[in-house]
Design a protein around this ligand. Structure first.
Ligand code: AMP
Length: 314
């Protein structure tokens, strides 16, 4: 595995890869890799000739009061995960390398139609930071399949739009959410949770599951279902930012789904200072709901014992 931290070294390594006719799979991450990331790498490995993983905690996607400074980092553990997973190139640029003009002087790339809804309402400028850095990555990496998690569904939708508008030789491949045994979606930020908070956090998945099961049983009054879910989770100790059923193409709220979809049942909630997000993809086929709840990692791992897992669908 090549370890590269300079843009020009990456472009020249990738020129060599392309010259030999190889297809590139790209997995952008902020590091502190867990089985969710490993599942993206495994998919990229299976479907491409060469795999590039980036580790970059992108400052422009963090708000002023967010966790940029304390975001967990462990380059050595991440290097081992990537090496085990058969990654060809690990790219870990500095902030100066990605923002040579300086963070503040860099032109912002934006997809405004989708960036101000859901998470965008609570994380001002977050998706502008994501689209800005991903535009840089797509320009540097060039033609590729880019593997991203459905856990960050809004991010996937926004980047699909970015790619359609500006990077026609790149493709976003959305991969299922990987969960721990209790259903909690794996996240580098789970490391912030105390044992008690982790216990409470499990009810986020349980509540998504309750609502999805009600929908599967034919209850499509999603407005009432979501309202009930919000108040129950507040009592359990969460501060709910949204618990909503939305159109998966526009991200607008839907009160009673009348067409086949696609839809997204999604939540963002705080436990203490830790913000968690999660979602299920929901579609209706012949009037019946089909729900993608993601995948449970069979052997529970912590963020620092990162191994790819055999994983059955929930
Ligand atoms: P991050 O390092 O949090 O920026 O995430 C990097 C990529 O991993 C993004 O495409 C995320 O959507 C994806 N990802 C994060 N958590 C999970 C998970 N639990 N399951 C699947 N993909 C994930």
């Amino acid at each position: 595995m090549k370890l590269i931290s300079h843009v020009e070294d990456l472009t020249s390594a990738l020129d060599d890869v392309r010259a030999s006719g190889k297809r590139i799979g790209f997995v952008p991450t902020m590091g502190y890799l867990h089985a969710g990331h490993a599942s993206l790498i495994a998919e990229a490995r299976a479907k491409n000739d060469a795999v590039v993983v980036s580790l970059f905690v992108n400052p422009t996607q963090f708000g002023a009061n967010e966790d940029l400074d304390r975001y967990p980092r462990d380059l050595e553990a991440d290097r081992l995960v990537c090496e085990k997973a058969g990654v060809d190139i690990l790219f870990y640029p500095s902030v100066e390398e990605m923002y040579p003009a300086g963070v503040d002087a860099t032109e912002t790339i934006s997809i405004p139609e989708m960036s101000n809804k859901l998470d965008g309402q609570f994380r001002t400028g977050h998706f502008d930071g994501v689209t800005t850095v991903m535009s840089k990555f797509f320009s540097i990496v060039g033609s590729c399949r880019c593997y991203m998690g459905m856990k960050d569904a809004q991010q996937v939708l926004i980047l699909q739009q970015l790619v359609a508008q500006s990077f026609g030789d790149c493709e976003i491949v959305a991969c299922p959410t990987i969960r721990d045994e209790g259903g909690l979606a794996l996240s580098s930020r789970n490391t912030y949770l105390t044992i008690d908070q982790r216990e409470i956090a499990l009810s986020l998945f349980a509540m998504l599951d309750n609502v999805a099961s009600a929908i599967e049983q034919g209850n499509i009054d999603v407005h009432t279902l979501c309202e009930h879910a919000r108040s129950t989770l507040e009592v359990a100790g969460f501060t709910i930012q949204y618990f909503d059923f939305v159109d998966r193409t526009t991200l607008d709220s839907v009160t009673t789904p009348r067409v086949s979809g696609p839809y997204l049942l999604c939540v963002a909630a705080l436990i203490g200072n830790t913000r968690l997000i999660d979602n299920f993809f929901i579609d209706f086929v012949d009037g019946r709901a089909t729900v993608d709840r993601g995948i449970v990692a069979t052997n529970m791992i912590s963020s620092q014992e990162n191994v790819a897992t055999e994983a059955p669908h929930v």
